[in-house]
Design a protein around this ligand. Structure first.
Ligand code: SF4
Length: 347
């Protein structure tokens, strides 16, 4: 593409695209003829087409619906907090894991996203951060600080492309590995692959059940990799990275919110020194149960704390725009009351 250009032009283009997050047409340091050529270059054309933007929480939560080449759709959620801005990206259109309570799982699997399609979601969020209104006078422009791979899809079922995106985000966008977190429902070979890489990105395991009988029902992939195998892989990851693991637990009324569930979860969490994030289940059209009520959430959290487990109850950001955990479904893509999807950590 730039074979006829001097090396410094390549550096200018790289810096412009990745450090300044500019479009080719905005790179005024390049000659106009070259800008025009780059703007027409198919490999630099965006692979995501914006279909809609939905805003909630007084502008602090944004959800984008994208169309991909070939017609699939995915969603991305950007959440602003006082001290950080976190984007939750999708890694697959749909998901084959079949977790019944999850809107994405209810839609089935369409296809893997490419590395470029994953990175573009992050670039879009980074650009949006720069334009976000300040919380107070004198605040510097916002910067994207965190990326969580918790949107539509199971990231570790698309490992090569997700890892490609992690490398690009780390090397080209300058995001610290410590600010990148991969979520999994328990794809054991993927956890082992993650442990073997040099970058210590975070790992969040969507556990939701602490015994195989219940987990087989809630998270079908558990039939392939039951809890003992999952915990072995988590232990390997901990030892390889030196990082703290987190367990995500969607609290479902009278399904996984008893004190005995808390005791079983505490056993696993203590043995792996894991932090537990509790997320009252978000409603989806295809799952008949509801979230644990607030008193039950408090009792469950207290039981974990009493068992010596570090526990956080996550506030659901964006639930009213179906941008919260388990609600992403790219709904415009399917029907007026579509299925949805993925697990957005709403912290
Ligand atoms: S919870 Fe995650 S792994 Fe399970 S169906 Fe939903 S997106 Fe897939």
């Amino acid at each position: 593409m730039l074979a006829d250009q001097p090396p410094y032009r390549v550096s200018q283009l790289w810096h412009g695209l990745y450090s300044r997050l500019a479009e080719p047409a905005e790179l005024t340091e390049l000659p106009q003829v070259l800008r025009a050529r780059l703007s027409a270059e198919p490999t630099l054309a965006p692979s995501l087409g914006l279909l809609s933007e939905t805003v909630a929480d007084q502008g602090r939560t944004l959800k984008w619906l994208w169309s991909l080449r070939g017609g699939a759709m995915v969603e991305t959620v950007l959440m602003h907090y006082p001290d950080r801005s976190t984007v939750c990206v999708s890694t697959q259109a749909g998901c084959a894991m079949g977790c019944g309570f999850c809107a994405t799982g209810q839609t089935g699997f369409t296809r893997h996203l490419s590395t470029g399609e994953i990175v573009e979601q992050v670039v879009a969020a980074a650009r949006s951060c720069r334009q976000a209104p300040a919380d107070h006078v004198g605040q510097p422009p916002r910067r994207l600080t965190n990326v969580v791979f918790m949107g539509m899809g199971e990231p570790l079922a698309n490992f090569p492309r997700v890892w490609g995106a992690i490398e690009r985000l780390h090397a080209d966008l300058g995001l610290s590995a410590r600010h990148l977190t991969v979520s999994t429902v328990g794809v054991v070979p993927g956890i082992r692959s993650l442990a073997s890489k040099g970058l210590p990105v975070g790992l969040a395991v969507s556990l939701h059940a602490a015994n195989d009988a219940l987990r087989d029902r809630l998270v079908p992939i558990n039939r392939r990799w039951p809890l003992a195998a999952l915990m072995d892989a988590c232990q390997m990851w901990r030892q390889a990275t030196g990082r703290r693991l987190s367990f995500e637990w969607a609290l479902i009324d009278q399904v996984n919110d008893s004190l005995s569930d808390a005791a079983q979860l505490a056993d696993w969490a203590r043995s792996l020194h894991a932090h537990v994030n509790l997320i009252p289940l978000n409603a989806t059209p295809g799952w008949p149960t509801v979230a644990t009520p607030p008193d039950g959430v408090r009792a469950f959290a207290q039981a974990l704390t009493d068992h010596g487990v570090n526990t956080t109850v996550r506030r659901n950001r964006g639930a009213n725009i179906d941008a919260a955990c388990g609600q992403l479904a790219a709904r415009a893509a399917t029907s007026p009351h579509p299925a949805n999807g993925p697990a957005v950590v709403a912290d």
